[in-house]
Design a protein around this ligand. Structure first.
Ligand SMILES: Nc1nc2c(c(=O)[nH]1)N[C@H]1C(S)=C(S)[C@@H](COP(=O)(O)O)O[C@H]1N2
Ligand SMILES: [Mo]
Length: 326
């Protein structure tokens, strides 16, 4: 959606938590600078489409008081970029920031779109951004299955646009996401016990949902390596592990894809992995969550059904037993 366009009065995009509710003062300024930062900070910037640049001055126009959400604050950038789950770079939260920035190159980067589609192709990530732009800005809740949460300001484009570009054939029922595989440069892929590469999946219907995002930036800057540069999936109504980082391949398939966590512990990490306060993880409750960066007293809050995105996604699971299909 183009933020320079007037809002349609009857529907406010669910993903668009208003900046007024979520944004520390400084971030307003940074957002306005989005393109300048995006543009100057990166060798690849020359390839960014003019549409991205044109969009940035109008960002504050998107604020609308009637969409104010109480009690939602954007997680500070330094926390979002230093408290990470990215097991390719170690199992501790502070390791990815350190280890993913020791010579691991995330540009140039090629992405392969394949499987059951009319337009399979392999292309550079910046070509893809150019094809799918303009970049949208969305503030999303993020809920890890480990019962902590953040609110993150993403920059990216609807996954549906990429699906459109690929034109899946009618027998495509799922989208499979495959992260990078580079054991020569990635210590974790040499030493730890997972079956790399990291894989995830969505149903075709989920992939078409307006909330499903391919993120290429955070806080108005290109994604940091530790957050899944140069592009990653973001599906905010699902536990964080569904949002695969540093994508190398996106395939349209008939069978439900086997995914890394689901294969490893199927009784703990389901394929759907929708955020649900009523379905506990076998080893801990999902009723509440710890807000990263909040004070000790304000730091716990109730988990929301579908992470607060019930209106936008509940219909996808109508009639489904969410305990069975967890
Ligand atoms: N390739 C890959 N993607 C991944 C992970 C991972 O270990 N490897 N961790 C997942 C988990 S558990 C979470 S909570 C989010 C964390 O994203 P963030 O570090 O940007 O907050 O990424 C998800 N995507
Ligand atoms: Mo997670």
């Amino acid at each position: 959606m183009d933020r320079n366009e007037p809002r349609k009065s009857w529907v406010h995009p669910s993903w668009d938590l208003p900046d007024c509710a979520t944004t520390p003062e400084a971030y307003y300024l940074r957002r306005r600078e989005f393109l300048r930062v995006f543009g100057l900070g990166l060798a690849a910037s020359a390839l960014l489409p003019p549409g991205i640049r044109a969009e940035s001055p109008g960002l504050n126009d998107s604020l609308h008081p009637s969409y104010k959400l109480d009690g939602v604050k954007l997680t500070p950038e330094d926390l979002i970029t230093s408290y990470n789950n990215f097991y390719e770079w170690g199992l501790a939260k502070d390791q990815p920031k350190e280890l993913a920035n020791h010579g691991w190159k995330t540009r140039p980067w090629s992405v392969e779109i394949g499987g059951l589609c009319v337009n399979p192709r392999k292309l550079d990530v910046d070509e893809l951004i150019q094809l799918l732009g303009p970049i949208e800005h969305r503030n999303y809740r993020h809920r890890c299955v480990e019962a902590w949460s953040m609110v993150m300001p993403w920059d990216g484009f609807a996954l549906a646009k990429l699906v459109e570009l690929a034109q899946p054939t009618p027998d495509a029922k799922y989208v499979k996401f495959t992260s990078f595989l580079d054991p020569a440069n990635c210590s974790g892929q040499r030493s730890n016990e997972f079956s790399w590469p990291y894989t995830e999946g969505l149903t075709m219907e989920e992939a078409h949902n307006e909330l499903a995002l391919i993120a290429v930036g955070l806080y108005g800057k290109p994604l940091r390596n530790q957050n899944g540069a140069p592009l990653r999936l973001v599906v905010p109504w699902k536990y964080g592990f569904k949002s695969a980082k540093s994508l190398a391949k996106i395939d349209f398939v008939t069978e439900q894809p086997r995914t890394l966590w689901n294969q490893l512990a199927p009784n703990e990490y389901g394929f759907y992995a929708n955020v649900n306060p009523n379905v506990d993880h076998p080893r801990w409750s999902q009723k509440s969550e710890r807000v990263i960066g909040a004070s000790f007293f304000a730091g716990k809050q109730p988990t929301l059904m579908f992470n607060g995105y019930e209106k936008q996604v509940a219909h996808l699971y109508a009639g489904m037993d969410l305990r069975k299909n967890f």
